[in-house]
Write a new protein. Structure first.
Length: 310
């Protein structure tokens, strides 16, 4: 039985009993009739509303499916961005530390330059004194035995001074060489990324030993190009680039393939980094397919990036 039919039966039953109790309830009967009509209208409206909701739900099914797909793509993109941000956090921290170390090294270089100037002044004074000593030696060469003894002592002192100078210059050269490697080597992987490669592995200040032979490499970087081909960058760092460094770099590459034969399957790009690179070396480097790198406005800059595109 429909809800409207049940309601009508109930109202009629109630009206019948009320008439039995009091015949004067005729007006109440009319009011109940009105209530019945109102209930019918409400029920009809509910049925129509139900049909409308059903039609609306069916009509919006395609929109809901589109919105669902859009929400899924948004969640995937947000996850990719989150992973990318987390993946780069380590590189940003490394770059921050590198910048701090670079500032400290720059201050050290400034102090070292001051020491070099002081040492140069001292060497100039020492050379002037040596010249005076030589003149004195010449005048006294014809003197007495006592003078000749004093002359020998003076020559021994001059030899000690020359030995001290050679040792001092050697120490300064070693300090400058180590500092140059510390400045260039950490930035080479980031330079390679700027050239369009994806760095897979970086090895700084690595040494190989085999059959009693040893070789040290300032930086080795394994990367992938745009077609996922692996490329091995073999980097050598110098304070002053010279043409003979190209032959040394070629020897380094040959020895590397002897120490690590598995590298032979990769494309190899020799890389020479230096503070000072004479302009006439660029053409020679292009002929030998050697990438030249120097200090520039963006930390490290390549002078002939076209060689890595071959």
């Amino acid at each position: 039985m429909e809800p409207l039919d049940r309601t009508e039966v109930d109202l009629q039953e109630i009206l019948k009993r009320l008439k039995e109790v009091d015949p004067r309830l005729g007006s109440l009967e009319r009011e109940i009739e009105l209530l019945k009509d109102l209930a019918s209208s409400i029920l009809l409206s509910v049925v129509n509303l139900k049909d409308s909701v059903k039609l609306l739900a069916e009509g919006r099914q395609e929109d809901r499916e589109f919105l669902r797909r859009l929400a899924e793509e948004f969640l995937r993109d947000r996850e990719v961005l989150r992973s990318l941000a987390e993946g780069r956090q380590e590189d940003r921290e490394f770059l921050r530390r590198l910048a701090e170390e670079f500032l400290r090294d720059r201050e050290f270089l400034k102090k070292l330059a001051e020491e070099v100037r002081e040492d140069r002044k001292f060497l100039i004074r020492l050379a002037e004194e040596a010249e005076k000593d030589r003149e004195m030696v010449r005048r006294l060469a014809e003197g007495r035995e006592e003078d000749r003894k004093w002359l020998r002592e003076l020559e021994e002192k001059a030899e000690r001074d020359r030995e001290w100078m050679r040792r001092k210059w050697g120490e300064m050269a070693q300090r400058l060489g180590t500092l140059t490697e510390d400045i260039f080597a950490p930035g080479i992987p980031y330079l390679i990324e700027r050239l369009g490669y994806r760095v897979k592995e970086r090895m700084l200040d690595v040494e190989y030993e085999k059959d009693g032979r040893r070789r040290q490499y300032d930086a080795l970087v394994i990367a992938e190009d745009e077609v996922r081909r692996e490329v091995l960058f073999v980097a050598e760092v110098k304070s002053q680039a010279r043409s003979e460094d190209f032959e040394q770099l070629r020897s380094l590459v040959a020895d590397l393939l002897w120490f690590k034969p598995e590298f032979a399957s990769k494309r190899i790009v020799p890389l020479l980094a230096a503070f000072r690179i004479p302009p006439d070396l660029v053409n020679l480097a292009n002929k030998r397919r050697i990438l030249l790198v120097r200090m520039g406005g963006e930390y490290l800059e390549p002078l002939n990036p076209e060689v890595v595109k071959a």
